[in-house]
Design a protein around this ligand. Sequence first.
Ligand code: GDP
Length: 359
Amino acid sequence: GDIQDSFGIQESLSELNQLADTAGLKVVGSTYQKLSSPNPRTYIGSGKVSEIKSAIHALGVETVIFDDELSAGQLRNLEKIFGGDVRVCDRTALILDIFNQRAATHEASLQVALAQMEYQLPRLTKMWTHLERQAGGKVKGMGEKQIEVDKRILRNQIGATRKELESVRQHRKQYRNRRFSVPVPVVSLVGYTNAGKSTLLNQLTGADVLAEDKLFATLDPTTRRVQMKNGKEFLLTDTVGFIQKLPTTLVAAFRATLEEISESSLLVHVVDISHPLAEKHIEAVDKVLSELDVLLIPRLMVWNKVDKASDPQKIRLEAEKREDVVCISALNGDGLPEFCNAVQEKLKDSMVWVEALLP
Ligand code: GDP
C-alpha cells in the first residue's frame, strides 16, 4: 500500500531495531544488501554471510534477525554456517515473540499461538537436522518420518486451537456489551511502534501532576497506576504497537492482541507528529480501531515529539484548532500536565456515558 511504497530500507531496519528492543534484545549492529534476486540457499550473498559471521564472533552475537521472511532451508543453512548457538530468525518470528509477550486475554493468546504454529509448520526441520547430525547423516529416512509425525501433531494442534478460539469468541460475544463499572478507570495508549508510548508511560513518573512517585506503581511491565495531586487516579496501559511492515499472516494475531482495549474507559492515540507519514499512521490506526469493538469509547489524540517537528509552532496552532488533540514531548516532559488534565476531562465524559447507560 501507500505506506509500504514510501517505506525505505533504512526505515524498515530502524523499525526492526525498535521491535528487537521491544522484545528485550540489545541490538549491536545492522547491515543490508541489495541483490537482484535473493540467494536461494542463504537469502543473502556469500560475501555478506562471511561478513556477518565475523561480526558474530567479534561481538558475541546470539541472534541474527532478517527483515524479510526466510524459508526453512535458508534459516537452517544460515544457522549451520553461523555455528552452534546462534539463533537465526526473521521479522515474522520476532513480531510473534512480541505478540506472545503482550497477549493479555485468553483469546489473544490463542490467536497468537495459532499464528506461531502456522509459521512453524512449513519450517519444521529441527528434528531432521538433529538426527542427521547424531548419526553422521545416515538416518535421513528416519528423520524424514519424524518430520511427518511432527507435522501431523502440529496440524492437530492447529485444528484444536481453531476450535477453542471459536468457542471463546462465541462466549465473548454474549458478554461483550456488558461493561462493568471498574473502581479505577483504565486508559489505553494506542499507536504505532516508536510513537513514544512507553516514553510517555515512563515520563509520567516525573510529571509534577502526580501525587507521589510511589503511587505510580507498576502493575505489570505495561501498566501504571497514575494518581494525580487532586486525588483522582487512573490506570495507564500500553498496548502492542502498530507496525508499518506487518506480515499479512500476523494481522489476525495483531488485532486479537489489541482487543483488550475494548475494556478501557478512554483510548489515547499517540502519534509521532514529526514523522513524515504521520497522517497515514493516524488513518491506519483509526481504520483498525473502527473495526474493533471500541467505537463508543471516548478518545484523545496526543501529538508527540513536537520538539522534533520541523515547525513546532505550526503544529501547536494546528492542534489548538482541533478538539481532542494535546501536544506533548514525552522525551522532555513538555505538555504532560496538560495531557493529564485532558485525560481527566475525558474520563468525566466517559463517566457520564456509563451513567447514561444505567437503567
Ligand atoms: P513506543 O514504541 O511507542 O513505546 O516508543 P518509545 O517510547 O520506545 O519511543 C521510541 C523512540 O522515540 C525512542 O528513541 C524515544 O526516545 C523517542 N521519543 C519518544 N518521545 C519523544 C519525544 O517527545 N521527542 C523526541 N525527540 N523523541 C522521542
